[in-house]
Ligand binder design. Sequence first.
Ligand code: B3K
Ligand code: ZN
Length: 871
Amino acid sequence: MRTETPQPIKLAEYRPPAYLVDEVHLTFRLEPNTTRVQARLSVRRNGEHAEPLVFNGERLKPVSVAVDGRVLAAGEHTIDAEFLTIPNLPAAFTLETEVEIDPENNKALEGLYMSGGRFCTQCEAEGFRKITFWPDRPDVLSKFTVRIEADRKFRHLLANGNLIERGELPGGRHFAVWNDPFLKPCYLFALVAGELDVLEDKLTTMSGRTVDLRIFVDPGMAGRATYAMDALKRSMLWDEQAYGREYDLDLFMIVAVRDFNFGAMENKGLNVFNSSLLLADPATATDLDYERIEAVVAHEYFHNWTGNRITCRDWFQLCLKEGLTVFREQGFCADMRGHAVGRIKAVKALRMRQFAEDQGPLAHPVRPNSYMKIDNFYTATIYEKGSEVIGMLKTLVGPDAFRKGMDLYFDRWDGHATTVEAFIECFAETSGQDLSDFFVWYEQAGTPRITVGGRYDETTRTLELTLTQTNPPTNGQETKRPVPIPVTVGLLDLEGRTLAFERDGQAVDETVIVLDQPEMKVTLTGVDAMPVISALRGFSAPVVMTTDAEPKERYVQLASDPDLFNRWEAGQDLAADLILSRAAGKPNEVGEERYAEAVGRALNDQASDEAFKALLLSLPAETDLALLRSPVDPAAIHDAREALRRRIALHLHDELRRLHTGLQDLGEFSPDAAGAGRRALRNAALDLLSATGRQEVADIASGHYHAALNMTDAIGGLNALMNIGGPAFEEALAHFFEKFQDEPLVIDKWFALQGRDPSELAIGRILGLTAHPAFDSRNPNRLRALVSSFANFNPARFHDPSGAGYRFLADQIIAVDRFNPMTAARLVDPLGGWKRLKPELGRLMKAELERIVAIEGLSKNVYELATRALN
Ligand code: B3K
Ligand code: ZN
């Protein structure tokens, strides 16, 4: 057991920094085990009083500390495991420090470390303190000049900003000096050194400046960066058009690294990416990879304004940059790949991750008010719900006031570290609205529940809508206030035609009702026929909605709702009801047939595109279904969902076969939305067919796999074979490994696929895979490929009645925590759901959490999440 309990940090206790650093010169003498870092800082007192200087510094071997050129004696300063403290300082002075660090043995992948024989850094949130002594907080903004010296075999020496000097040094070494003219917090610092290939391009910005674009990758891989480069250029132009934001340096660089704790990092002018989110070609990357690369390249680029030029005052404001940047990224992706499909995918992800978070012990507000390790708060709530909140803000103030509010925000706060309040104030000013109630969305955790019901009066042609909201308690927040919920509503007649109506005397097809009280009534007039209510169109708010709609009304929506989100949603609701009835032992076979038939009709709708149809074919995820009822019996949900899949597959067998044959890619591969949509629909058809378990489908899947001309189809074939199991699957799995064994990103997929194998026999194989020679828990991609895909996407086996799944996850968390706490902590989440499980499973899961918190020397990261999950 830990001896001291780590203390939380609180938003209410925010104090401005006692000292500011206006300028810094850093010199790195790079060596794998003994890198020297010299820092010369211009420091200025920030308050009235001469408080002692307390700078962060962890895992640094101090060499010297000097103030205004004078080396401090032992008694003039103290250095412990976390801080450098110096009392009695003047109001302004130069601080010089030198430390030694060991990048090669830094397996936490935070600070300066080595990946694939190259030096790289990761500083957000609090990694810079592992590089040098510094006030490691986002509200200290400084101008950085960085000199890097290294052996010439580290050919590229990169840092933020502009290259101002480079040259040779004696002893086979060389150097480069970089200057970043923009003020930045230390978390945006980056350095990379090594042998790399580079893909180069240029872009002319809106004011006519030429920007050099460079993407650095493993030698031989430059060809795989072309899609990322294309996405970068499209992002840069989009930000000019959509937000009037121009890039500000003459050079923009991205570097791909294989060992990275998460997706990518927006360091000023030098983004660092997990190679899985940068490298793609048709043979090794799926359409989903292409889609994610486009999204993440855009996201990190957009941070240049929302995050870098304007940053966060403190880490409680994380959503200020993350929620807003996700919102901008989603806008870009919708413009690139289609609004309806983009929205459906965003909501699927939100429900799967954020709604689950809200229902568990880790529920927290979009702006939390306390944490132990900020690394634990890079969550779906901060990111995805943070983006939803901005979407609602835009709906509430309208697109014009929204755009003006963004302009005002950029004008007012450029070059500063600020708060969510300051952001919202911009929109209050441009819209003239009082947004104080809106702010509750940032402060209150949990998913609001709303109901929408209607009473139609034929004689007066009026529809009286009754809307209610409740906000269930979450961990630490027992009572809640109502929030303003924009509910977009339209009406259809029973034939599926749009019904126009009047609201407050205005004739409209659609209206936004702002539900800001526990209950509200709204009367719509001029409603000429019995209406089907299409509410929460486009998922206008991140809430759970129930209505009194009957299946027949849902079927009208599934066939005809002009709001494609609600058309898809109607199908999901119908499917969820059928699956949950069957899981509760009350199968509705007539309903299941009817559903299969309706899906068949939707597939034949000439007007909708393939990507949308692929989404219609996929049933709600088991994890989403588990959120709808408790106690949860994951096996019953899995079996019921499979039963519905089988019924649809049998009912639509010929249609699915026809799709599978007709949609085969013949021409050249194109990663665009249309090509990806065709492949998605073809693979979704095969996936459904495989639910029949028939030998005939195994043959088709085997043919599909072996004929695949791209990774999307190869994985689609393998996946279908896995659903059926047997020798054809074993053969293809071995073939895949053999073929791609030298492609780490593809072998990650091989592990991930097996982690998701739901068959009863799979558990033994999955647990055994950690002993496979290709498994390496020090590489976060490989670790997550197996362990996260198993724990998050294989409910049937993760919740194996033996408890073996929980034990396996706990073992991995404990082992990885010894060297990489950030990544270990990101594995804890699936253990948070024990209270909602059926008791015999819940007990087994809880016992694993107890085992984890009892470990001696557990990191703060894992401790925080595991104790919250327990309490
Ligand atoms: N800002 C980074 C995330 C850093 C996570 C640190 N634990 C990537 C992003 O959201 O763009
Ligand atoms: Zn981000």
